[in-house]
Ligand binder design. Structure first.
Ligand code: NDP
Length: 260
C-alpha cells in the first residue's frame, strides 16, 4: 500500500524514545522527512543520526521543551527552515502521580503546559505552514486515561481529556483548510520507561511478571503493545488512506476500554 508520504515533513514531539521514536521511524520507512524534538539533546542527536543512517531521509532534531512558548517557537522555526510541516504528531507527554488533595498549582500548570498548551502553540504555529502546502494532518497522542481515569494520576487524566477536546475543536476550525485532526488513545505500550519503573518496583527477576500483572489487570488482550504497533496506526492515520477521517478519537488499547 503506497501511503503517499514521500518527502512530506513530519514533526514529532517527544520523538527521541518510546512511541514518538517508533512513529518517527515509521514515517522514515515511508520516505517522509523527519523533525524530532525532545528536551535531552544527546538522545535527540543520537536518534537523528540513526534515522538518517538507517532510512536515508532528511532528518533533523531540535532540543526544546515544548511545555514552554520558547520551546514551541524553536520547533516552529525549525519546521519552517525545512520548508514547512505537513504532519504534526503531538506526542510529548508523561504520566503523573498524586492526589487532588495534595498536588499544588505548579504541578497542574506544568501538565497543562505540556499536554495542552504545547498542542495549542504548535497548532497555531504549524497550521499556517500546512495551509501553504494545501493541507496537512495533526494527530494528538492522548491516552485511554482521557476517558477511563487511573486513580493515581488525576492530573494526567484531566489534561489528556482536555487535549482530546482541543483536538476536536481544532479539527472543526481547520476542516476547510484540508487539514485533518484526530486523537489516538493508546492503552499499555511497552516503552523503556515502563521497563525501568518495573525493574525498580520488582527487581531484575520480577519485572516481567510485574508488567504481566499490569496487563492482566487491564484485561482485553492482556499484553502491552509494542511502540511499533502504535506507530503503524499513527502513520496510517497521517496518510491519504485515512482521508475521510477528522475530528475523531481512536482507541488503540487491546480491548482495555470498558465502555463503548
Ligand atoms: P516516553 O517517556 O518513552 O517518551 C517521552 C518523550 O517525550 C521523550 O522523547 C521525552 O524526551 C519527550 N518529552 C517529555 N517531556 C517533554 C517536554 N517537556 N518537551 C519536549 N519533549 C518532552 O513516553 P511514551 O512513549 O511512553 O509516551 C508518549 C506519549 O504517549 C505520551 O504523551 C504518553 O502520555 C502517551 N501514552 C503512553 C502510553 C504508554 O503506555 N507508554 C499509554 C498511553 C498514552 P525528553 O525527556 O528528553 O524531553
Amino acid at each position: 500500500m503506497d501511503l503517499n508520504l514521500k518527502s512530506k515533513l513530519a514533526v514529532i514531539t517527544g520523538g527521541s524514545v518510546g512511541i514518538g521514536l517508533a512513529v518517527a521511524k515509521g514515517f522514515a520507512a515511508e520516505g517522509a522527512r523527519i523533525l524530532i524534538t525532545a528536551r535531552g539533546r544527546d538522545r535527540v542527536e543520537a536518534e537523528v543520526a540513526q534515522i538518517r543512517a538507517n532510512y536515508g531521509v532528511e532528518t533533523r532534531g531540535v532540543a526544546a521543551d515544548v511545555a514552554t512558548a520558547e520551546g514551541c517557537n524553536a520547533v516552529i522555526a525549525a519546521a519552517a527552515a525545512m520548508g514547512g510541516a505537513d504532519i504534526l504528531i503531538n506526542n510529548a507527554g508523561t504520566g503523573s502521580n498524586e492526589t487532588i488533595a495534595e498536588a499544588d498549582d505548579a504541578k497542574w500548570q506544568y501538565y497543562w503546559d505540556l499536554h495542552v498548551m504545547a498542542a495549542v502553540r504548535l497548532g497555531r504555529g504549524l497550521v499556517p505552514q500546512m495551509k501553504a502546502h494545501g493541507g496537512g494532518v495533526i494527530l494528538h497522542n492522548a491516552s485511554i486515561c482521557a476517558v477511563q481515569p487511573l486513580w493515581y494520576e488525576p492530573i494526567y487524566n484531566t489534561t489528556k481529556a482536555a487535549l482530546m477536546m482541543f483536538s476536536k475543536t481544532l479539527a472543526n476550525e481547520v476542516v476547510g483548510d484540508n487539514i485533518r485532526v484526530n486523537t489516538v488513545n493508546p492503552g499499555l505500550v511497552l516503552t523503556p520507561d515502563w521497563i525501568k519503573t518495573a525493574r525498580q518496583i520488582a527487581g531484575e527477576d520480577g519485572w516481567e511478571a510485574h508488567l504481566q500483572g499490569v496487563a492482566n489487570e487491564a484485561g482485553g488482550m492482556k499484553r502491552f503493545a509494542t511502540p511499533e504497533e502504535l506507530a503503524n496506526f499513527f502513520v496510517f492515520m497521517s496518510s491519504d488512506k485515512a482521508s475521510y477521517s477528522t475530528g475523531s478519537t481512536y482507541f488503540v488499547d487491546g480491548g482495555w476500554l470498558r465502555t463503548v
